[in-house]
Design a protein around this ligand. Structure first.
Ligand code: ADP
Ligand code: MG
Length: 468
């Protein structure tokens, strides 16, 4: 079949994908792809970097091949060939190499009003980590929606997705993603940006009061263009600072400034936050970060290795990727532990010394320690109850639901039988446990947010068990 036929199909694929995807997502991934050539049963598309290649493969290859089959009636395989883009200016050659999303991408067709005008690098923002950029943030199915929204915000702060809130468990990349927004805006404009943890916001507030400088404090936070506050769950049970934040929030929103927050749980699970501040948080566009799946974990490991000059065999990446599934922080620290050891010993990294060095990490003491007791403690605390409430006889709704949830989680993450679980929950019958699990499953189907609450609780239980 002649080559031009295939190009027609490629155009049709682009049309189809444009219909299936959000504009933002389409332009990020598909604007950078170009038809290259075809063989009898293959079609080759150029991608600007190996990062793009891996991501596009992961996300769209199956879909593209399915559409191709529908169009041609043939099983065609799509190949992606890396052809770094030529640029007029010297530009970030490294970025092209590593293939991360740099603020300049994607260019064709995107009306990016904030493309940096000067090639020289700006001084870094004092409160932001230089390496917390989009460039270094690996995208997987666990975070793609959050990342796309964050990129959109970075391009046009204070417009579409405002206020913005990122939530998810510890070590899943909330701080990195939020700071990436800050870094991007900082690099591409002279916008005033403040990044602060909730804890430091409180500290500065308390200090301002004690020094009679509350006006200075108010002016600082109410006259910024972008305000990023990390870990807002810290504001729970702190009414004074909540009041202050409420007013800051209103002033900034009224003047169309960008607000973004992170939180370790869904907003609806926050306790002891004033009603009116809660309603403000509820107003946010909320995106959650889930733990990455195996493929993304491997991509993160590879990305962490880039530029380090350390040779790590693929089978070692695979081993770590398979065994460390808790969160990104644990994943990266396992890799760093291995690198540190082999450097110290002057040894190459092999499957054997990986297995040996990361034995403890892989053996997952977290899993082993996961007692029913720990589950009860964590779930009870999360709902401001005591473990005895969960084991007791009271049947008020505020206790019944957490009790059922604790049983459901225990059933999912431990090997105990329903009879044993019933025993551990105050001597209940095994049918009660089964009924509870069924109830929660039904609720998950009708309330999709429950799933992420459960994920968060599971992670908290793991964290707690690792420490105990
Ligand atoms: P959180 O604030 O949710 O606890 P962090 O943002 O501190 O998590 O992330 C923990 C570590 O994992 C950081 O070193 C961060 O750079 C890294 N990290 C998290 N998500 C990603 C990702 N998608 N790609 C690359 N690195 C990531
Ligand atoms: Mg954080």
């Amino acid at each position: 079949m002649a080559e031009w036929d295939y190009e027609v199909f490629w155009r049709e694929i682009l049309n189809q994908m444009r219909l299936e995807l959000e504009e933002q997502e389409y332009s990020i991934w598909f604007n950078s792809l170009e038809y290259l050539k075809a063989g009898e049963n293959t079609i080759t598309i150029s991608v600007p970097s190996s990062f793009y290649r891996d991501q596009v493969r992961l996300r769209y290859q199956n879909r593209i091949e399915t559409i191709l089959k529908e169009l041609t009636g043939k099983e065609l395989t799509v190949f992606f060939e890396v052809i770094p883009r030529k640029r007029g200016e010297p530009g970030p050659a490294q970025t092209e190499e590593t293939g991360k999303i740099s603020p300049e991408w994607p260019e064709p067709g995107s009306n990016n009003r904030q493309t940096p005008k000067t090639p020289e690098k700006k001084a870094r923002h004092p409160q932001l980590r230089e390496d917390y950029t989009f460039d270094k943030y690996v995208i997987g199915e666990n975070n793609s929606f959050a990342v796309n929204a964050a990129i959109a915000i970075s391009r046009n702060p204070g417009t579409a997705y405002n206020p913005f809130l990122i939530y998810g468990g510890v070590g899943l990349g909330k701080t990195h993603l939020m700071q990436a927004i800050g870094n991007y805006i900082h690099e591409s404009s002279d916008t005033k940006i403040i990044y602060i943890t909730a804890e430091n916001f409180l500290n500065e507030f308390v200090q301002a009061i004690s020094e009679n400088k509350t006006n200075t404090f108010k002016n600082k936070f109410r006259y910024t263009d972008v305000l990023l506050i990390d870990d807002i769950h810290f504001f729970q049970d702190k009414p004074g600072v909540q009041e202050e934040l409420f007013h800051t929030f209103n002033t900034l929103m009224d003047s169309k400034r960008q607000l973004a927050f992170t939180c370790d749980r869904p907003v609806s699970e926050l306790k002891k936050i004033s009603e009116r501040l809660m309603s403000r948080f509820e107003q946010c566009l909320k995106v959650d970060l889930q733990p990455p799946k195996y493929e993304t974990r491997c991509a993160i490991l590879k990305s962490t290795l880039e530029g380090q000059g350390v040779l790590v065999p693929d089978e070692v990446i695979d081993l770590i990727g398979k065994n460390v599934s808790t969160n990104v922080r644990d994943l990266i620290s396992a890799l760093n532990k291995l690198i540190a050891y082999t450097k110290l010993m002057g040894q190459p990294i092999t499957l054997e010394n990986t297995q040996q060095q990361l034995r403890d990490v892989f053996a997952s003491p977290r899993q082993a320690n996961m007692s029913i007791d720990n589950i009860q403690r964590v779930v009870a605390e999360y709902f401001s109850l005591t473990p005895n409430d969960l084991k007791g006889k009271k049947r008020t709704q505020n206790i019944v639901f957490p009790r059922q949830l604790a049983m459901y989680i225990a059933h999912e993450i431990t090997e105990y039988s329903t009879t044993e679980l019933g025993q551990a929950f105050g001597g209940r019958d095994h049918t009660t446990v089964m009924h509870s699990c069924q109830k929660i499953e039904d609720q998950i189907r009708s309330d999709p947010t429950l799933d992420s609450t459960i994920e968060i609780l599971k992670r908290m239980i793991k964290e707690y068990s690792a420490k105990s």
